[in-house]
Ligand binder design. Sequence first.
Ligand code: SF4
Length: 279
Amino acid sequence: MVKSKYSHPIDDLLRLDRVPYTWCPGCGIGIILHHTLRAIKELESEGKINRDKILFVTGIGCTGRAAGLVKLDAAHVLHGRAIPFAVGAMLANPSLIPIVFSGDGDIAGIGGNHLLHAARRNMDILVIMVNNFTYALTGGQLAPTTPYKVYSTTTPYGNPEPPIDTAKALMALDVNYIARWSVTHLTKIKDSVKYALTKRGFRFIEVISVCPEIFGRHIGIRDPYQLYVTLRKIAKTRIKPSFGDIKYDWNSEITCGVFVDRDDPGYFDRLKEIGVTKK
Ligand code: SF4
């Protein structure tokens, strides 16, 4: 453990005995985790959340390592299974506040089927998907989110597949909240997580991250600063964009903003409605 004479406002939400963490220098995941924890901290100080009720669930991947770093009840589960684990825990104990925090390979790739059906049910969980465009932890294989034509270790001639725009795909389902930001939108990440945590139903926040070690190397931008500057130009925030306006294209624009914000009954509301649980 690295001892420091300095303290930080979210120190009490982190397992400082795990410092230094294993994320590469310049990686965006720590920034996204930081602003997620800041959101929890602010809600707690406003008396709107009890950290003891939070269940922080991650799958496998670089982002998945976050479960071992937070001082919250946390689970680091099988690849692609963070969502069903969170759903199962909540069905057993509806007083929990599940937060799934995992990468694009885990959520949209291996766990894509779980994502689809949790969204279809408007299940009462918050999913934060950190998108670094690749399976980074395992060496840079093609992910469903990898941009068209980009090199990966499993597509050495470039990706021949169009990627999935996960946030846009979920708009076809009646979920209560969908937003996308980039790791360059610090306050937006925090405010969005904070707002989503006060809502019911299925809430999905995608954050485009930077991975200088793998994705950066694949596109020829190893310098973290240059990668942030490049992402800053591509990630364009739009107010209430229409479905047709939303783009997911590394070469032109990745649209950010709030895509869906409604307050339909969540899964637990429906259980009450049909008499499975008490109103
Ligand atoms: S490989 Fe990429 S995503 Fe993983 S820790 Fe390193 S920079 Fe971050």
